[in-house]
Design a protein. Structure first.
Length: 162
């Protein structure tokens, strides 16, 4: 027991274990793909489409220096950003969620599945203004991007030294 505690303390003091992981930590070279949920007829009435949301989110991720691939280019180990926008008359809700493969053990058996490890979102009224709604989503994409790059300093070009 004493050896295990000393080993854990050594890892913690060496900086190997993050103090507060956000579930966004990935291996170098990881690319993200975007999955956008289908929209209601109310969303379509104000000019929102699944393609518009996906394109805006992918563009914002690229602007924020996060490598993006299409869903077709992804593989089973890929991580993805799930975007869900719900519009009901003048009200809306939205969520931006990071999904990845997670592992857990039960009685010695190791299991894995895709799960949400990070989520941000909100609710509001849009007054028929799709750009207002889209800006809310993009603000959460920016928040995700900031947290993702902070969790993965190896992906942030501004952290590299010459």
């Amino acid at each position: 027991m004493r050896t295990a505690v000393l080993g854990l303390l050594t890892l913690l003091t060496a900086g190997v274990v993050a103090a507060r992981p956000l579930g966004l930590e990935v291996e170098s070279g990881t690319k993200v793909f975007v999955v956008t949920e289908d929209l209601s007829d109310y969303a379509k009435e104000i000019g929102l489409t699944k393609e518009l949301i996906t394109n805006k989110v992918e563009l914002q991720l690229r602007r924020n220096r996060i490598p993006v691939v299409t869903q077709k280019e992804s593989d089973a180990s890929s991580v993805y950003l799930y975007v869900n926008v719900n519009v009901m008359r003048r009200a809306f809700s939205y969520a931006v969620e990071f999904n990845r493969k997670v592992f857990y053990r039960v009685d010695g058996t190791l299991y894995s599945l895709k799960a949400t490890t990070y989520t941000r979102g909100g609710v509001g009224t849009h007054g028929g203004d799709r750009n207002y709604l889209l800006q809310n989503v993009i603000d959460k994409v920016d928040q995700f991007s900031n947290d993702y790059l902070r969790s993965n300093p190896n992906l942030n070009p501004s952290n590299k030294t010459d």
